[in-house]
Ligand binder design. Structure first.
Ligand SMILES: [Zn+2]
Length: 118
């Protein structure tokens, strides 16, 4: 049981180091720099063009894009399938589940979307 938690913690840490590696390979200093870029604005607009409501609560305000996974394909905008629309409140909740549970973004998202928590 304990071993499993460590392994999860590790994959969670590596998801961010992999993300940051891709971010630098794309020519950005860090993730914050990436989020301010035109590339991200364009990706964000494409995701919102497909879906204009929060996937969890159906809210239409304060929409944000959540990464279920960080891949070279979605960070570069080649493939946006692991990007979903969440409102600010739901995005905060999924991030909390991820951090508290030491989960990867993908596991936290699956858990959050399946939960009855509104
Ligand atoms: Zn929501």
């Amino acid at each position: 049981m304990r071993k499993k938690k460590t392994a999860l913690g590790k994959s969670r840490i590596s998801q961010y180091s992999n993300r940051n590696k891709v971010i630098r390979a794309l020519g950005f200093i860090n993730y914050h720099h990436y989020l301010e870029s035109n590339l991200w604005k364009e990706i964000r607009a494409r995701v919102l063009a497909q879906n204009r409501v929060c996937l969890k609560c159906g809210g239409e305000k304060y929409l944000q894009i959540h990464h279920k996974k960080y891949t070279k394909a979605n960070l570069s905008g080649k493939d946006i399938k692991n990007l979903i629309v969440l409102c600010k409140k739901c995005h905060r909740k999924v991030t909390r589940i991820e951090n508290l549970g030491q989960l990867t973004a993908m596991r936290a998202t699956t858990k959050f979307l399946a939960s009855k928590n509104k």
